[in-house]
Design a protein around this ligand. Structure first.
Ligand SMILES: NC(=O)c1ccc[n+]([C@@H]2O[C@H](COP(=O)([O-])OP(=O)(O)OC[C@H]3O[C@@H](n4cnc5c(N)ncnc54)[C@H](O)[C@@H]3O)[C@@H](O)[C@H]2O)c1
Length: 401
């Protein structure tokens, strides 16, 4: 069987690497640089080994391409393209639309189309199917299914194989074929009654995390104002063996999922006349954490940051990945610069970002830790500035926490 995977980023390349063991995979991506890199056997995604890619390339079971007609004779197509927000924070389905265009214009026989991109309930039925039919030059009866991706890049304990996978087809045949496909490389498949349930479950999973992170971020502020340790309090609460799940405070949430997906749910809720007050407020609380952190740093440093050198440590949105999408570091840096601080950042995993390079981990007046990669020594962070504020709660011996 020949599989076409549209989008070769975190999700698409991860699936390609697993699927290569059983199928011939065509990785379609519209970024020529990424495609060239992949065809040379180099992975750009944490968790996807270049050696695995090279193995499939050698066995002629993997090829990346930017050419639409290369997917023409695929038997199954997976969509794994970005689903971001527009400038006014509304669901942006333009990448999905472009993927549908590629499929519609190039696929020349009936296939199974599976969407793995995260989007609101109804996307498969009311958007993807009609869009592919609109772009198709001939009338083809494709099968359609959804299987939302749950991959957590950089995570070692859970992966494609042992993370249960939700799925649902628009028809029973689509569901059955989707099960057959994923059962090759996923241990546990969970069928739900409709694509809308699968789409909603994915959004709710990430909304659950978003609101709990917001709650603990708010609690961190309450605990500080009461003069008690948020970390000790959370550990104490976490001794309860049921009914509690520990989340930890931070400078805000980053990544492509948690700051974005809940807004997809809120938007569809509001379209149906349900005010998503809680989701909207959680998003605001998380966004406001960057200001709170900078307020605390300023208060601890004589009430002004004017002219002080501030080193932001860790600009990736989470440890051990180079992903900077929606990183809280961005807002923290903006607040610091607005208050006259001279800001540099250190993150050797990210290397370069927004035209700037990772600075040395030393010699600053103030260091603010946003993300702590395993490769960065705690001691080096503590020694990097005369005052260190740690938003991760992981570094011992710092003055601000
Ligand atoms: N990254 C995660 O941890 C994660 C987890 C679960 C779900 N998701 C969801 O999966 C989807 C993809 O996310 P991602 O993290 O893989 O994104 P990504 O940015 O890492 O990769 C997307 C890839 O798609 C390519 N692309 C964009 N438009 C295209 C088009 N029209 N045709 C072909 N290629 C195109 C881009 O060049 C890029 O390489 C999103 O909906 C996201 O919400 C992501």
């Amino acid at each position: 069987m020949k599989i076409a995977i549209i989008g070769q980023g975190y999700v698409g390349l991860t699936i390609s690497a697993f699927a290569g063991e059983f199928f011939e995979v065509i990785g379609f991506d519209n970024n020529q640089k990424i495609v060239d890199q992949l065809n040379s056997g180099t992975s750009h995604i944490e968790g996807v080994e270049s050696a695995v890619l090279q193995k499939w390339i050698k066995a002629r079971r993997y090829k990346a391409t930017t050419i639409g007609r290369d997917i023409a004779d695929a038997d199954l197509v997976v969509i794994a393209v970005p689903t971001p927000l527009t400038k006014d924070r509304k669901p942006d389905l333009t990448f999905i639309d472009a993927a549908c265009k590629t499929i519609g214009e190039n696929i020349n026989k009936p296939v199974l189309v599976i969407n793995e991109s995260t989007s609101f309930p109804g996307t498969l039925r009311d958007y993807i199917k009609p869009a592919i039919e609109k772009y198709s030059t001939t009338v083809l009866e494709h099968l359609y299914a959804i299987s939302p991706e749950r991959v957590d890049p950089g995570r070692g304990d859970y992966n494609q194989k042992n993370t249960p996978r939700l799925y649902a087809g628009l028809t029973a045949e689509a569901s059955e074929k989707t099960r057959e496909f994923y059962s090759r490389f996923c241990d546990q498949l969970v069928e739900v009654s409709s694509p809308e349930v699968a789409e909603a479950a994915k959004l709710f999973e990430n909304t659950f995390r978003q609101v709990n992170i917001a709650l603990v971020n708010e609690f961190a502020q309450i605990a500080h104002s009461l003069g008690i340790s948020v970390y000790e309090t959370l550990d104490a609460a976490n001794t309860k063996p049921y009914g509690f799940m520990k989340f930890t405070p931070s400078a805000g949430v980053g990544g492509h999922c948690i700051p974005v997906d809940p807004t997809y749910l809120a938007a569809v809720a509001e379209e149906h006349g349900v005010p998503a007050t809680f989701i909207r407020r959680a998003n605001d609380v998380n966004l406001e954490m960057s200001k709170y952190v900078v307020d605390r740093v300023q208060a601890d440093n004589g009430g002004t940051l004017q002219g002080k050198s501030v080193l932001v440590v860790g600009v990736a949105y989470k440890p051990n990945v180079a992903d900077v999408r929606e990183t809280a570091a961005e807002l923290v840096i903006e607040h610091l610069r607005n208050r006259g601080a001279v800001v540099t950042w250190h993150d050797d995993v990210v290397g370069s970002w927004r035209g700037e390079s990772s600075a040395a981990l030393s010699g600053a007046d103030i260091a603010v830790v946003i993300t702590k990669h395993d490769s960065v020594a705690e001691k080096a962070i503590v020694a990097s500035a005369r005052y260190v504020f740690d938003t991760t709660g992981k570094i011992k011996g710092v003055k601000g926490l």
